[in-house]
Design a protein around this ligand. Structure first.
Ligand code: PGA
Length: 256
């Protein structure tokens, strides 16, 4: 029986004006959420972090950065540091999203550097992994996932860092923003593989504790079935998180 809490994480990506962000944050804040069952997290663009911090103060809604640099500060034009994210009110940071990996050439080695920096700064990293369509069709899904885990989490495996502050997100690249969701069985198969990897490489307690989110076209009408799978502990939601009704309905998935 799993005792992990669900986490519904909104990844706004590079979307929403400040006015639209305000409206959406107020709508999410107003809804009554059972935080004993589900944690809620919002990852706005950097320019909306302070607005989110201000509007969500005194709520249990968590705030995350969508990316960060691994250094604490210095001559890194265009980057943001772990400490800056913390100062802006973040408790979490998304790392290695497939858009970072494919569009901005972030390797798993870079993700690992960022992962170590997040742990050092006491920010909880949400590390994303996932195969693309060719890799799935060539039957390489598990090899890709294993390699991404080994390389992106090298710090935890080889340097014995604490596992308590780690969340993983399985996001099949072919399901992101495409309307194609992995079936609950396809997702569960990979989540279970990831959980076994955690047990073997980090430890049994970690295997029980670490939340593994699913991401890729999660919508109000497919979320419940995904969440009934034993190794799926929440979702990383892109498109549907930009619409208040859709996101709130996903957060309340257990009522429908
Ligand atoms: P999507 O995005 O829900 O729009 O597919 C998910 C993600 O990229 O995190």
């Amino acid at each position: 029986m799993k005792n992990r809490k669900f986490l519904m994480a909104a990844n706004w990506k590079m979307n929403l004006s400040l006015d639209d962000a305000r409206e959406l944050l107020i709508a999410v804040k107003r809804t009554e959420t059972n935080f004993n069952k589900v944690d809620v997290l919002i990852a706005p663009p950097f320019t909306a972090l302070s607005l989110a911090y201000e509007l969500l103060a005194e709520t249990d809604i968590l705030i995350a950065g969508q990316n960060m640099h691994w250094e604490e500060g210095g001559a890194f034009t265009g980057e943001i540091s772990p400490l800056m994210l913390k100062e802006a009110g973040c408790t979490h940071v998304i790392l290695g999203h497939s858009e970072r990996r494919s569009l901005f050439y972030e390797s798993s080695a870079i993700v690992n550097k960022k992962f170590g920096a997040a742990i050092n700064a006491e920010l909880t990293p949400i590390v994303c992994i996932g195969e693309n369509l060719d890799e799935r069709e060539e039957g390489k899904t598990f090899d890709i996932i294993k390699t991404q885990l080994n390389k992106s989490l090298d710090t935890i495996c080889n340097q014995g860092k604490s596992h308590k502050k780690l969340i993983l997100a399985y996001e099949p690249v072919w399901a992101i923003g495409t309307g194609k969701t992995a079936t609950p069985a396809q997702a569960q198969e990979v989540h279970s593989f990831i959980r076994n990897w955690i047990m073997e490489n980090i430890g049994n307690d970690a295997g029980q504790d670490i939340q593994i989110l699913y991401g890729g076209s999660v919508k109000p009408d497919n979320v419940k079935e995904l969440m009934t799978q034993p190794d799926i502990d929440g979702a990383l939601i892109g498109g549907a998180s930009l619409n208040a009704d859709a996101f709130i309905s996903i957060v309340h998935f257990y009522e429908n």
